[in-house]
Every structure is written in structure tokens, then in C-alpha cells.
Design a protein. Structure first.
Length: 174
């Protein structure tokens, strides 16, 4: 019985000591892991960019490319050019799908989505695109996954790492 109590006591002492020790990470190992992750992300972005370029070529599109990777083409409407302010509300209608033609979401002009650019839950690709538009303009966007719903998708309709195709109308700016 005494030996059983002694074993239990030793176990408790060692397990509590193990919990209080901090895990130290070798800086060299951490740097190597970081570099591997950076290289993996660069490969993913490169592959995604090649897929977008192939889509643009196959559909004979001429699109602008921003520094973020967003591709867009704007068909000018009848609205007068104005300078956007971050405090303004923007009303949009859009259809959002993938490059294969599957539609995930549609917001109609009769019930537009209203938001403040830069201060919204709306995906970054659409928020960036409205700065290139004026009321009445229509745009076609190809939104890289990192500017859409990312590696996880939206957990509803948009799958993980999905490149998005968006038909966007800027209805008005208030």
C-alpha cells in the first residue's frame, strides 16, 4: 500500500512539473518553418494566378489587375464620376459564383446590399472593386481566394480556396 502511495506521489510531482515547464522552440527551427509556409503560400498564389490567367485567356477578356491580385473590367454607366469617401454608404447589386459558372449568391438591385467600404463584413475583393467604379457602372471581377472567403470558404455555399467570379453593379453612393 505504501509503495502504491509513493508511486502516485511521484507521478503527481512529475506531471505537475511537466505542466509548468515552458516549451522552447529552437529559433532556427521556427525560421525554417516560417520559410516553408511562405514558400507554400507563394506556390498557392502562383497556381491561383495561373488559373485566373487561363480563365481570362479562354474567355477572351481584357482585365485590369490590382496589386492585391483582383482582376476587373468596368463597363461605364451614366453616373457622374465622384470621389468616394470612407464614410459614404454604397449600394450594390451582384452575382457571386465560381469560374465554372456555379452561382453562390445573388443580391438584386430591387433589394441592394448597402455598406461602408473599408468598414464592412463584405469580402475584400468587392470592397476594393467599388473604388474603381461610379454610380451606374457595371463590373466583372475575378476575386482571388485570399480576397474572397479564403482557405475555409464561407462554410455555407462557397467552398475552400475558391476563386470567385462576380458581376457587380454600383447603384448609388450616399
Amino acid at each position: 500500500m505504501k509503495s502504491l502511495a509513493a508511486i502516485a506521489l511521484v507521478f503527481i510531482v512529475f506531471s505537475s512539473e511537466a505542466q509548468t515547464k515552458k516549451h522552447t522552440v529552437d529559433p532556427k527551427v521556427a525560421a525554417e518553418q516560417k520559410e516553408r509556409l511562405i514558400m507554400m503560400n507563394k506556390r498557392l498564389l502562383s497556381n491561383e494566378s495561373a488559373e485566373i490567367d487561363a480563365y481570362i485567356k479562354a474567355h477572351d477578356l481584357t482585365m485590369q489587375r490590382t496589386g492585391s491580385g483582383l482582376r476587373y473590367v468596368v463597363k461605364k454607366g451614366k453616373g457622374a464620376p465622384i470621389k468616394h469617401k470612407e464614410s459614404e454608404k454604397v449600394s450594390i447589386a451582384y452575382t457571386l459564383g465560381d469560374l465554372k459558372g456555379k452561382v453562390f449568391y445573388t443580391i438584386n438591385a430591387s433589394e441592394p446590399f448597402v455598406f461602408n467600404p473599408g468598414r464592412s463584413e463584405l469580402i475584400r475583393g468587392i470592397q476594393e472593386a467599388v473604388i474603381y467604379m461610379n454610380p451606374g457602372d457595371e463590373a466583372t471581377l475575378i476575386i482571388p481566394a485570399h480576397m474572397g472567403y479564403g482557405k475555409n470558404g464561407d462554410k455555407k455555399k462557397v467552398p475552400p480556396s475558391c476563386i470567385l467570379l462576380c458581376k457587380l453593379q454600383l447603384l448609388k453612393i450616399e
